[in-house]
Design a protein around this ligand. Structure first.
Ligand code: FAD
Length: 605
């Protein structure tokens, strides 16, 4: 609990330290003897994900509290996550984006929502906020017993030459999406540039392509989807190229060219000039913490509002939730910003509970997220390998699998690519990433929950998951990932390091069939098909490590078990040649990356 808040907590009807009701308020308290008590007048800044959840939960907990929500935009509780699909016309009725109206808040919850009312400042000493009615320009003050901040995050707009040209957009609100739709229609846009290849960038690329535009993504990192490890992002990159989206990686926008005030092209630092009738900037968001900062509330190292586990700020009468706050990473315990709807909603609920004296605690985030792009699902949870490497954390291992989403004999099975990251020493699950057409988000959700509960790879081995041929496999991909990882933790198999190939002085053994080997191999690998291995052991060296690969990592695992029991120092290359196709630094002649790039070049020619 923050220091110095005893007097204010008592004013809220909350006993310091215990977070229990003080029972000071006579008849008010008697009427709700067994119910927790919230402050009498709660003001909420921001009426969308976190703010709206907090308001509704608070009402369910306390019929008596006066709750007023201030929202500077025209709508409370709208579906910001649906905006890219509205632009792409997958959602064509704008009204569907309105999850709840001010009238619904009033009639169902007895909550007053003031839209187009911007909160300008907070006077903490007087416990008042200053509000501007954007309709008539009047400014007034409102007193609070408790204040909840859920002002969200604002899309970054880097100060580049030409950034203010018409046709250069960011996307946050319904009016933003309406303006983008109108611009595309009225200017008859044909070429779009999406700056940034993260979640919103990819969703926008798909939706602009759906409207018939030629789309180019410019991404300053050397991969799309920066939270993913690079090799996993490669599947997404290939998929974008195969869906006629051009992608410029490792190149940043230098500025925007225009004519008569309208954007015409994007120039990159790498010297490219890309024609553009419309530009979508999706280069990240910044927490809207200025209001909090001006009020002297403590901020975290990333500029977000600092809160404790019950979402309380450094002022005991003020709570904050959502994209504007910094929260603890559940795995690394570092403070971080995770601008996602799930955490914002949960935090809103927790703040309401805490306001009412309930012992609610936010467990932290693990950045579980999913994105769909041209029929491909990309999902992740927990830490990535690159973050562990940055943190110089060496006690981890990663395994790759390429299982089907459901039994191969049932029609429509699709391969997915799954990476599981875990503590090498004890097997605790740290993170997972998956890409595929079907069943991806289900597996990541299971692993996400396993991480939240501190589970190990042995728990994943044993996880009881639903199965019928059209839905999964008797050994679900989650079980398989647990088994493969558990083999490593138990010491039954050691892993070769993809990052060190192909020139690390080991003996490379490929146990695929000759025909598969002929289609492409890693470096100077020697081919001995698995079924011949026992007869040809004398061809293998005993004086140096043998790294074994097959197509997906299963036959090579069998081979490693044979070799180790015959005294060889053998290692498995997890995920096999399928992993190599995305790991290989230059892409392989027969690899998916090279194929997709060639397709893209052919189209351009
Ligand atoms: P918001 O929902 O942004 O609400 C903040 C509100 O506060 C805003 O409406 C703002 O107008 C108002 N406000 C700010 N300052 C003031 C002030 N001074 N006075 C009055 N009102 C104020 N997340 C996912 O998990 N999955 C997705 O698929 C996904 N897709 C997204 C797609 C898009 C295009 C966008 C923009 C976001 C997406 N997100 C997604 C992120 C998700 O929407 C946010 O994490 C979530 O809405 C954050 O909730 P919040 O309450 O913190 O902020």
């Amino acid at each position: 609990m923050w220091r110095g808040g005893t007097r204010k907590l008592a004013a809220l009807g909350v006993a310091p330290n215990t977070l229990e009701p003080t029972g000071k308020q006579g008849a008010h308290q008697t009427a709700r003897r067994s119910e927790p008590m919230s402050p009498k007048r709660v003001l909420i800044v921001g009426g969308v994900a976190g703010g709206a959840s907090c308001a509704a939960r608070l009402r369910r907990l306390d019929e008596q509290a006066e709750i007023v929500v201030f929202e500077k935009g025209p709508y409370p509780s709208f579906a910001n996550c649906g905006l890219p699909y509205y632009i792409g016309d997958a959602i064509s009725d704008e009204a569907k984006l309105l999850v709840a109206t001010p009238e619904l808040f009033r009639d169902r919850f007895n909550i007053e929502v003031r839209t187009e009312h911007e909160v300008l400042s907070i006077n903490r000493r007087a416990q008042k906020i200053e509000v501007k009615d954007l309709g008539n320009g009047s400014v007034y003050q409102e007193a609070y017993d408790a204040l909840v901040l859920s002002p969200g995050a604002v899309p970054a707009r880097p100060p580049l030459p030409g950034i203010d040209l018409a046709g250069v957009f960011t996307l946050r609100t319904i009016p933003d999406s309406r303006a983008i739709r109108a611009w595309i229609r009225e200017s008859q846009s044909r070429n779009a540039v999406v700056v940034g290849g993260g979640f919103i960038g990819l969703e926008m690329a798909e939706n602009l392509a759906r409207r018939g535009l030629e789309v180019t993504i410019v991404e300053m990192f050397d991969q799309v989807m920066p939270p993913l490890d690079r090799e996993m992002a490669e599947y997404v990159y290939v998929h974008l190229l195969n869906n006629h989206v051009s992608v410029r990686l490792a190149d940043a926008v230098a500025g925007f060219n225009g004519s008569e005030g309208r954007v015409t092209a994007v120039e990159t630092r790498g010297g490219a000039r890309i024609q553009a009738d419309v530009v979508i900037l999706s280069v990240g968001v910044k927490p809207e913490s200025q209001l909090a900062k001006d009020a002297g509330l403590e901020l975290g190292p990333h500029g977000g509002i600092r809160v404790d586990e019950s979402m309380r700020t450094s002022d005991p009468c003020i709570w904050a939730v959502g994209d504007a706050v910094e929260v603890k990473d559940a795995i690394t315990s570092e403070l971080c910003l995770v601008p996602l709807a799930g955490p914002a909603n949960r935090q809103g609920r927790i703040a309401a509970d805490a306001l009412c004296g309930r012992p609610a605690r936010f467990r932290g985030v693990q950045a579980t997220a999913v994105c769909g792009v041209f029929g491909l699902t990309v999902a992740m949870t927990g830490v990535s390998e690159k973050r562990l490497l940055q943190a110089k954390d060496a006690d981890y291992a990663a395994v790759y699998l390429h299982p089907n989403d459901h039994a191969g004999y049932y029609p429509g099975a699709c391969e997915m690519h799954l990476k599981l990251i875990f503590r090498r020493s004890v097997g605790r699950v740290l993170g997972a990433q998956a890409v595929g057409e079907k069943g991806v988000e289900r597996r990541i959700d299971v692993i996400s929950f396993a991480i939240q509960k501190g589970s190990t790879v042995f728990d994943l081995e044993e996880a009881e998951l639903c199965y019928a041929p059209q839905f999964g496999m008797a050994k679900d991909p989650v079980n398989l990932a647990g088994m493969v990882a558990a083999n490593v933790v138990r010491g039954d198999v050691s892993l070769g390091n993809w990052g060190e190939l192909p020139d690390c002085g080991v003996f490379l053994l490929d146990v695929r069939e000759e025909e598969e080997f002929g289609r492409g191999a890693i470096g100077a690998a020697v081919n001995i098909p698995l079924h011949q291995l026992r007869q040809r052991l004398r061809e293998l060296p005993k004086d140096r490590p043998i790294w074994v690969n097959c197509a997906r990592g299963q036959r090579s695992y069998y081979a490693v078990r044979i070799l180790r029991q015959h005294g060889f120092d053998a290692y498995n290359l997890s995920g096999g040649y399928s992993t190599w196709e995305v790991y290989c630094p230059e892409g392989l002649p027969s690899g998916g990356v090279a194929r997709a790039e060639q397709n893209s070049r052919d189209r351009a020619a």
